[in-house]
Design a protein around this ligand. Sequence first.
Ligand SMILES: [Zn+2]
Length: 284
Amino acid sequence: MMAGAMPDRFAVSQTEGAMKLIASGPNHASFAFGDVKVVALRDGYVDMPPTRLRQVSGLAFKTVPAGVALVGGQLRLSVNAFLIIEAERSVLIDTGASNSWLPTMGALLAAMQEAGIDRHSVTHVALTHTHEDHVNGLIAPDGSAAFPRMEHVFVGQEELSVFRGRLASLRDRTRPIDDRFQVSTRITAVKAAGHSAGHTAYEIDSGAGRLLAWGDTMHVPSIQFARPEVAWEFDSNQSKAREARLMLMERAVQPNYLVAGAHLDFPGIGRVTRNGEAFVFQAI
Ligand SMILES: [Zn+2]
């Protein structure tokens, strides 16, 4: 174990050295990362009962497992989105819930303002999946398009049908994607179905390191790194979600990788290392 520990520690300092905090506030954190700028945006949070955590059997735990972080008896999931600013385009990965769910969410546009980002500068949106807290921020609370100059919204091909009703006006801008789709010169889709049928991670190659924006691969970091077999009630296929979580963590433990999670504690970015069968997360 000791032999492996040293290179991992070295990789941490290398990668974190490559991602430099430029500015931050209550709802944003901006980083320089090689040839791109990464802005973590906090849409808010959602509290969920611990019974959402699932054993391999699919059943809830009888008692909350040791180590699970609770706030007032509930799991508190941060809701994050990430803006990747490249020379030729700005790609927003997920969009928060806007006014569609709870008043504890919907801060994304305010977070952008706090970061000094004009929402008209968002040229592309890449969705990890189409649950409410990821897709509904495409529409502002007043019913208008949140990102009026958006050219395309990329979405796993299995989930295209969500673009009706609230989202119908954006349907002609959707682009269904599959594994390895090139969102931009620096961003590549990594299919990771399980949480939903079209669940997709995005790998950003900054030139100075890689950032894996993995959506809902992880809902409760206080247990799912240490026990990746623990699933989530809303995983549409819990065993596939478990496989996808392991697949992406195996990718993320490589040198010069960071991950960005939609529900990791804000700003939701950090380094994954291995510890036997378990994994460890170190926030940036
Ligand atoms: Zn989610």
